[in-house]
Design a binder for this molecule. Sequence first.
Ligand SMILES: [Zn+2]
Length: 491
Amino acid sequence: MPTAAISPEVMAKYEPVIGLEVHVQLLTATKAFCGCANHFGSAPNTNICPVCLGLPGALPVLNERAVKFATLASLALNCTVNQRSIFARKNYFYPDLPKGYQISQFDKPLAEHGWIEVPTAEGGTKRIGITRLHMEEDAGKSLHDGFADSATRTYLDLNRCGTPLAEIVSEPEIRTPDEAFEYLTRLKEILLFCEVSDCNMEEGSLRCDANVSVRLRGAEQFGTKAEIKNVNSFRFVRAALEYEIERQVEVLESGGRIVQETRLWNASEGRTYSMRSKEQAHDYRYFPEPDLPPLILTREFLESTEAELPELPEARRARMVADYELAMKDAHTLTATRAYADRFEAAAGTARNPRRVANVLLSEVGGRLNALGLELEQSPVSMAGIVLAADLLDEGKISSRQMKQLFDVCFEKGEDFSAVYEREKPQQITDAGALEKLIDEVLAANPKQVEQYKAGKKTMAGFFVGQVMRATKGQANPALLNELVTRKLEA
Ligand SMILES: [Zn+2]
């Protein structure tokens, strides 16, 4: 275990090799091979039937929707979809697996040879290969706590048996914990945009195991790997990998050798623990599932699935940056979810200036929501309200200061922007004579700034506009004020 920090020089001698296995629950209404509800949070052992319990004589029937979702995910991850794939039995004994096997796919998976592009620390991008995406069913859940006799008994909830999963296996091409974090972030984003999973890690609908080894830089051969399980957030995956890489380097530097094993991440202690050694690979005695024929995907099925593929996050951000002249950072925020991006784009399309809608949404509404810990869906201000504010600002009918005040009222009283605007109808000073008088006063009070402007620092105009705005409590008509200030300064 890492006791003292290893020097950066020693760490730099080694290269980590990381591969990730991600299980995602597919968002179907029913399970993979029976009609039971695929639903989190039901009372234990209520969504079960002879098929998902594996009772004698029960036969599985494949859920077409699960195949649809898995295929959609495969295409979104740039995989080649196999028109013919095979279901296989993965045999092992465990109390939460009443059938004694999981239906999975082994040597002929649904899809192979995909990739995800991740940003690198140097500002470029790197492609991480995806070895395969295969379909399988989930097992049940052992309940170790929460019962009066939990100290002596374990209870079983078999609701999750037969839940459709896609397992997505990366190539061992990830080289840093940060790359692993980015890979997972992109993967989740793509799956969410495809709406094939809710990717909720707390509820177990996205689970990640990480394989990690280290080797001396320049070495061809991989080192012995450890598998880290039980990591329930992407931040923890990164932390677990950082810990594990350092642990392995320390073992090697002190002359030891790495044993192939499964290790559990303990988040509260920030370290991994050995769970079981894995000297030999598990023998799951895979064989083709005799109760299911090979899965053959027709050309029509593949074409219709391809047609359902949404615009994916990376492409959508690039287009939004171009269409609305957004900063990439803002495009990231606006594409946090597909629903968010859809709502923004639908609203922006009705506005005079879409970019201004983005600014108002992010800085005025988003900022206030963040401060209150609220989601966009919980905002008192509707998208139509945001468009109205942006349009009024664009037309110079309100100043940005007045807009801020109106939004303050919206969030104080829980009212939409249009209602508050109609009631308060902020006053505007459009009397050029009155504004000119104020401008003269401001110019006289700030001779140094006037000099700077005359010397060529044209941005000083904004300073004078701001001063007059403040003097009028934000009520000066912005367009008129801008024009008058420039005219005075150029006179
Ligand atoms: Zn069932």
